[in-house]
Design a protein around this ligand. Structure first.
Ligand SMILES: *[C@@H]1O[C@H](CO)[C@@H](O)[C@H](O)[C@H]1NC(C)=O
Ligand SMILES: *[C@@H]1O[C@H](CO)[C@@H](O)[C@H](O)[C@H]1NC(C)=O
Ligand SMILES: *[C@@H]1O[C@H](CO)[C@@H](O)[C@H](O)[C@H]1NC(C)=O
Ligand SMILES: *[C@@H]1O[C@H](CO)[C@@H](O)[C@H](O)[C@H]1NC(C)=O
Ligand SMILES: *[C@@H]1O[C@H](CO)[C@@H](O)[C@H](O)[C@H]1NC(C)=O
Ligand SMILES: *[C@@H]1O[C@H](CO)[C@@H](O)[C@H](O)[C@H]1NC(C)=O
Ligand SMILES: *[C@@H]1O[C@H](CO)[C@@H](O)[C@H](O)[C@H]1NC(C)=O
Ligand SMILES: *[C@@H]1O[C@H](CO)[C@@H](O)[C@H](O)[C@H]1NC(C)=O
Ligand SMILES: *[C@@H]1O[C@H](CO)[C@@H](O)[C@H](O)[C@H]1NC(C)=O
Length: 272
């Protein structure tokens, strides 16, 4: 999608943009329209709408289960990405960018398998060139640290596993993984964790350097349905089918439509 088109989309996906120019509605507003015409607000995150849902915005006001936001104490917002919880720092609906920070650091918890592949890249993806995979090994053979290559001998960490027991492990970046690969100690658990690419880890190693990498903010890009601009432009609220969140629906003041609120063959050419 070219830049100009995506900026055009982002302006009109802020649905209320056109609402003031529409005639006032008569009768009672459709309940689902009203539900989706409610923004998510929590702490410093204000006026968040489609494709996000959560708290006061029902699931059908969002695009996918991935876009569920949870508000903690009216202060901070969390989102689950893969198997990990992140704090949402901000969302910019104009550039479709969400900045987030990992919540669980070591030693509080051993990072669980972050199934990067469970993300649907058509909906949600890391901003290209900003992440690299850190590989963490734990539940390793006894005295594994003595068999770590000298260059990475300080890449060790301690964390608490799901049973609250202490585990010892070590970590390598992509370059180190390629370099030492087969020569690394035997471990039961091997997980890949995406971290910000250019974070400076320093030389201290240990939990501190690992946490520096884990805690760094990451930017995600998200997408909206192509049908959304047309829906917004016709005075509707973008959402999804109540029975199937993967299908787009347009919630209008007088009912739900597949694409736009112009359901009697009216032209939508004023948009283009
Ligand atoms: C959020 O939306 C409300 C209602 O339109 C508006 O009054 C308010 O200024 C908006 N807040 C921000 C920060 O944009
Ligand atoms: C929701 O947020 C948008 C964008 O900031 C704003 O224009 C709109 O008025 C808000 N809607 C409500 C119902 O607050
Ligand atoms: C949440 O906090 C904002 C400002 O910090 C306040 O205006 C709002 O009433 C609070 N909402 C709830 C449900 O406590
Ligand atoms: C993420 O946070 C929510 C709310 O705090 C919690 O219910 C959920 O279990 C957490 N999920 C993970 C994988 O930690
Ligand atoms: C990280 O690993 C995942 C799964 O192996 C892969 O799909 C992804 O491309 C990797 N990311 C980078 C930046 O190499
Ligand atoms: C890393 O290994 C050294 C011994 O090689 C040990 O003294 C240190 O406590 C370990 N650090 C962590 C965080 O496990
Ligand atoms: C946690 O660690 C303990 C001790 O190392 C181990 O016995 C247990 O199986 C581990 N639990 C999980 C869920 O990995
Ligand atoms: C990986 O770690 C090595 C140090 O062992 C460092 O020189 C290199 O810059 C790191 N690579 C990346 C991509 O972070
Ligand atoms: C982590 O996920 C990968 C890919 O889904 C899988 O091959 C691997 O066995 C998993 N590891 C653990 C410890 O669950």
């Amino acid at each position: 999608m070219d830049l100009h088109f995506s900026m055009f989309l982002s302006i009109i996906t802020i649905c209320s943009f056109f609402l003031t120019s529409l005639p006032p509605s008569h009768g009672q507003e459709y309940e689902s329209y009203r539900a989706c015409n409610t923004n998510y607000t929590c702490g410093s995150l204000i006026n968040i709408s489609y494709p996000f849902w959560g708290e006061n915005r029902p699931r059908y006001c969002g695009r996918s289960d991935m876009f569920q936001l949870s508000c903690d104490q009216n202060q901070s917002t969390s989102i689950q990405v893969g198997s990990e919880n992140f704090t949402v720092v901000w969302i910019d609906p104009f550039s479709y960018t969400m900045r987030m920070m990992r919540r669980n650091l070591v030693p509080i918890s051993c990072p669980s398998n972050f199934t990067i592949t469970s993300l649907n890249p058509a909906l949600f993806f890391y901003r290209p060139q900003t992440v690299e995979n850190m590989t963490l090994f734990y539940s390793c053979e006894k005295q594994f640290s003595s068999s770590l290559p000298t260059e990475i001998k300080f890449n060790n960490f301690t964390c608490l596993n799901e049973s609250g027991k202490e585990e010892q492990g070590f970590y390598v970046n992509e370059t180190e993984l390629q370099k030492y690969g087969e020569g690394l100690p035997e471990c039961e658990v091997k997980v890949k964790v995406p971290v910000f690419r250019d974070v400076a880890l320093g030389n201290e190693g240990g939990n501190e350097a690992l946490n520096t990498a884990l805690a760094h903010e990451l930017d995600m890009q998200y997408t909206v349905e192509l049908g959304c601009p047309g829906c917004c432009g016709s005075g509707g609220m973008c959402g999804s089918r109540m029975s199937d969140i993967s299908q787009f629906s347009c919630y209008c003041r007088d009912g739900v439509q597949d694409l736009t609120c112009y359901n009697h063959g009216k032209s939508i050419s004023f948009l283009l």
